[in-house]
Design a protein. Structure first.
Length: 489
């Protein structure tokens, strides 16, 4: 039996220009500047800076000589049909400047110097030169340094290292020799480098310190009771070593000063410092909020007059060769692209500003006093409805951009949160609940940290009925460990 079904499907496709605009909106300030540079390199018809005062569309009597720029059909380009006047109208050459700079004119242009740095592994190799070794030992030592990862550990077993040296380097040795050479590596700075696990890393650092009763006890704890220490079974440690709580506390204080990733500290110092560039600025002026868009998002751009002069020459020429027609098609394409890009940047600015302005108004109470408890529940749809934009567009504005406020530079997406009901039936932000949870944990007795069910009871007493599993989820989002791991002696 045959069946016929009629199905209507409504779909909307974005044009390439719309897709490019969405990508521009998503870019934060620094990435936008890079994208702008790339476009100006690719399109010589697009120029930056103030446009020269040169007027094409008025003669000496002040009459308009050319028509305004209109829409055109991109599907078919015929040089004979191109209206040159459309590309010469000064009215539509966007030599605009939307000043929204949140930096004053007298701000100093500070550039931070960066010192030339030596890589982590090169530093270790340089230190090897201070040891007296045989040629074979030095080859093994250099191979071991090459096996150290960026955190400072050797993650491979000694047998694997012996085999690898034989197969890849033609260095034939045994495990005892490698263990012997590894002692040289363990004397390098930073202390703890070349360890094969956390226990060995901590021991190397403790043994590099000047011996004291607390250091010696810390060494015994790490050597003999490492598992009990990691699980914070302090009662077991007190009983095992027959010591007082003060003695244990001082030993643990020494351990907590150590660096579990000795190579990581060196690596972070060697990396260039990344500065967050705020895309917006919010100030309080006479008790009112004032929003500004970083001026680096509002560049001065205009269409190249050289390209317009080329079209003028083509228009004035009596004989138009095929080469000239090909050239004018190329010029038209570049001018079209430049005009579209300038217009897209204007749309980007407007979209960023109206979206951030809506967020600022929605969270006005917070921006006026900085109290995170005043942050209202806010989802993307709330802002999208206010400004009449698509939710995905609001998401692109919020996800990767920062706003400079009187209370620090904030990631915009952090202002969004879901709503939960308190015991009065009122909507409260999950941000407010997390803040309260964080405060409760910070004020707990660290000798008896509160488990999740107790935390749930406390928040319930404060008017926030939340399940234990939700408490656990929020605690993990705040990067707070479980009660046992928060315990202190």
């Amino acid at each position: 039996m045959l069946k016929q079904n009629l199905q209507l499907k409504l779909s909307q496709k974005l044009s390439p220009q719309q897709i490019q605009l969405m990508k521009l909106i998503q870019l934060p300030t620094q990435a936008f500047e890079q994208r702008l540079k790339e476009e100006m390199v690719e399109n010589p018809a697009l120029e930056g800076g103030k446009e020269d005062e040169y007027d094409y569309d008025q003669d000496e009597y002040g009459n308009d000589e050319y028509d305004e720029y209109d829409d055109y059909d991109n599907e078919r380009i015929d040089a004979d049909e191109i209206n040159i006047d459309e590309y010469l109208s000064d009215d539509e050459i966007p030599g605009y400047k939307l000043q929204a700079n949140n930096y004053s004119d007298d701000d100093e242009d500070r550039s931070l110097p960066f010192a030339a740095t030596v890589s982590f592994h090169q530093s270790l190799l340089d230190q090897l030169n201070t040891f007296i070794m045989s040629e074979d030992e030095r080859e093994i030592a250099e191979f071991l340094v090459g096996s150290i990862d960026d955190t400072g550990y050797i993650r491979r077993s000694i047998p694997d290292i012996v085999d690898d040296m034989a197969f890849t380097q033609g260095i034939y040795t045994d495990e005892a020799t490698v263990e012997h050479v590894l002692h040289y590596i363990h004397q390098l700075d930073p202390a703890g480098v070349g360890a094969r696990d956390l226990q060995e890393c901590l021991l190397l650092q403790l043994k590099s310190k000047t011996p004291t009763p607390s250091i010696e006890l810390a060494v015994k704890i790490i050597e003999d009771q490492f598992e009990a220490f990691t699980k914070k079974h302090y009662d077991k440690l007190l009983q095992k070593f027959d010591i007082q709580q003060d003695d244990l506390r001082r030993a643990i204080d020494e351990i907590e000063k150590l660096n579990p990733k000795p190579g990581g500290a060196y690596e972070s110092n060697a990396k260039p410092i990344e500065h967050v560039v705020p895309d917006f600025g919010i100030k309080i002026v006479d008790g009112e909020l004032e929003l500004s868009l970083n001026g680096r998002n509002a560049p001065e751009l205009h269409v190249s007059k050289d390209y317009q002069e080329m079209l003028q020459s083509y228009k004035d020429s009596r004989q138009k060769s095929s080469q000239q027609k090909d050239a004018v098609q190329f010029i038209k394409q570049k001018l079209d692209s430049a005009k579209w890009f300038i217009d897209a940047i204007r749309q980007r600015q407007e979209t960023l500003f109206v979206t951030m302005n809506a967020i600022m108004e929605y969270q006005k109470e917070y921006f006026l006093d900085g109290d995170e408890a005043r942050l209202k529940p806010m989802i993307l749809k709330d802002i999208a409805d206010m400004v009449g934009l698509d939710i995905s567009t609001v998401s692109r504005v919020a996800n990767s951009k920062y706003v400079e406020t009187p209370y620090g530079t904030k990631l915009i997406k952090d202002f969004f949160s879901e709503a939960m009901k308190n015991d009065q039936g009122e909507d409260v932000s999950t941000i407010e609940i997390k803040k309260i949870l964080q405060t409760v944990i910070s004020e707990e007795d660290k000798r008896k940290p509160l488990p999740d069910d107790k935390l749930a009871d406390i928040l319930k007493d404060r008017g926030y009925p939340i399940a234990r599993r939700t408490i656990a989820k929020y605690r993990e989002q705040l990067d707070i460990p479980v009660a046992r791991m928060r315990k202190k002696i």
